[in-house]
Design a protein around this ligand. Structure first.
Ligand code: DLZ
Length: 167
């Protein structure tokens, strides 16, 4: 898997992208909260390393991954953010619920990216078991929340390379 070999969050201090003038929305699913809080902390720590200020980071919680799309949409509609990071964790169970939730949140975030003029970053773990989630939220495969923070800054930079905007 690419995650074994390539971890975006392994950025050199000197090349952390600059997020000083960027506003971030983060929507966090409360299901599997031990994991999603670790992803959230990873994202916030990395945004701060990119020099984002705390007042420019808005965090909102939703019950589960199924609600992430709606929460992210509200952030885009009702707050003045440049990008929304979507954090969740779906763990495979015995029923088809896993497939439906994964499908819904993936499709939902893709749709938001197509409908809104800001990027929505996919920071949703879809794993077979809790151990795999631990390993990806600050364990041996890094913290996918941290990686999503870098991705968020880079996507805002990308947009700004096309669109000149004040602030
Ligand atoms: C119901 C459910 C299940 C079984 N598993 C998860 C999960 O692993 N991760 C997650 O974020 N949410 C789960 N949910 C809750 C749904 O996302 C949703 O909150 C409920 O179905 C209510 O719409």
């Amino acid at each position: 898997m690419s995650t074994n070999f390539k971890n975006q969050a392994n950025y050199d201090e000197n090349i952390f992208p600059d997020a000083q003038n960027m506003k971030f929305g983060i929507v966090v699913a409360e299901w599997n909260s031990k994991i999603t809080n670790a992803l959230l902390n990873g994202a916030i720590d990395t945004l701060k390393k990119c020099k984002a200020s705390e007042e420019n980071i808005t965090v909102k919680y939703v019950p589960g991954c199924f609600e992430i799309t709606t929460g992210a949409k509200y952030l885009a509609e009702f707050s003045n953010v440049d990008v929304v990071i979507c954090i969740g964790c779906v763990i495979q169970g015995e029923t088809k619920h896993f497939d439906y939730i994964c499908q819904s949140v993936t499709h939902g975030i893709t749709e938001l990216n197509l409908k809104f003029p800001i990027p929505f970053i996919f920071s949703v773990l879809t794993v077979n078991n809790f151990q795999q989630a631990i390993e990806r939220s600050g364990g041996k495969y890094g913290n996918k929340g941290s990686e999503s923070a870098i991705t968020a800054v880079r996507m805002v930079e990308l947009k700004r390379s096309f669109v000149t905007q004040p602030g």
